[in-house]
Design a protein around this ligand. Structure first.
Ligand code: GDP
Length: 296
């Protein structure tokens, strides 16, 4: 991931040797290389532009401490800006509400919503010691409902049984009532995904959001989607009051651009990263660790 950023940066760093101060002219080549590397990694163009502008602003006039080479000083600035663009500090899951705390999962089909719902149930039970109910509103794909039921069995979370013919809103309302009666502290609601954004889908999930008043509405996005992730993120964040993002399939051969773009586009932090297909493959997203990984 971002292999080119590391190799391109190490190339230009050599040319900065001997400089005592970073200036507009001596960092120009480095900025060009960073820009190219980000575009190759599929970071969205407006994000690249903003990123380069803020590196420029922070780097110019930067005194190079005697213990550092100018190249190291610039890499330091890039590192700090990478962290900033990914949201700064890690961002915790918010469950502070009258139970059940509802978590609504949104995203396109194949993004990893159902898998992430199961993983999140396991994570919450282990790390927050809460009683979790898994609910599927994906009435268009019975296989998806069954998949969530299997995940519930594997994690030990409870599963809300859907009746034939129930509409998503009816499922949501019945599940909420069920969760209250059975003292579930957290209710994770998996929703239907489409292959592309369509109005009916957005309408349906907006209605569910209004009904369930989730404390967390998480946008699940596949890191391998690259540039497309940005358009999807924009559409979902325009339609729904998102509270965070789960970036899946970071273990794949994703070029990583989505990690840099998605916070910038939605304004919402990446809370979790999917790092394996298996149920333990969900981690809190740490911008600083990701920045270190990007810089190699
Ligand atoms: P949904 O349509 O959004 O509910 O997507 P699914 O949860 O069914 O996931 C689609 C595919 O992606 C499945 O084969 C999952 O096993 C896989 N998947 C989901 N998250 C991850 C991940 O973090 N890493 C990997 N390698 N595979 C994942």
């Amino acid at each position: 991931m971002f292999d080119n950023l590391t190799s391109r940066l190490s190339g230009v760093i050599k040319t900065l040797r001997g400089e005592t101060r970073l200036t507009e002219s001596n960092i120009q080549d480095a900025l060009r290389e960073i820009r190219l590397a980000l575009l190759e990694a599929d970071v969205a163009l407006p994000v690249v532009k903003d990123f380069i502008a803020s590196i420029k602003e922070k780097a110019i006039g930067h005194e190079v401490m005697s213990s550092l080479t100018p190249g190291q000083a610039l890499v330091g600035v890039v590192y700090q800006e990478l962290i900033a663009i990914m949201g700064g500090d890690k961002s915790d899951l918010n469950l502070a509400t009258v139970p059940p705390a509802v978590i609504l999962m949104a995203g396109l089909q194949g993004a990893g919503k159902t898998t992430s719902s199961g993983k999140l149930a396991k994570w919450i039970m282990e790390h927050k010691k809460k009683k979790v109910l898994l609910v599927s509103c994906d009435i268009y794909r019975p296989a998806a409902i069954h998949q969530l039921e299997l995940l519930a069995q594997q994690t030990g979370a409870d599963f809300f049984p859907v009746k034939d013919g129930q509409k998503p809103g009816e499922i949501g309302a019945a599940a909420l009532d069920f969760a209250r009666r059975h003292h579930h502290e957290v209710m994770i609601v998996d929703t239907a995904g489409r292959l592309g954004i369509d109005e009916a889908m957005m309408q349906e999930i907006s209605e569910l959001e209004a009904l369930l008043k989730p404390i967390e509405t998480l946008f699940v996005v596949d890191a391998m989607q690259g540039q497309d992730a940005v358009n999807t993120a924009k559409a979902f964040s325009d339609a729904l009051p998102l509270t965070g993002v789960i970036l899946t399939k970071l273990d794949g051969d994703a070029r990583g651009g989505a990690a840099l773009s998605v916070k910038h586009i939605t304004g919402k932090p990446i809370k979790f990263a999917g790092v394996a297909e298996k149920l333990t493959g969900l981690e809190i997203f740490h911008p600083d660790r990701m920045a270190s990984r990007i810089l190699g």
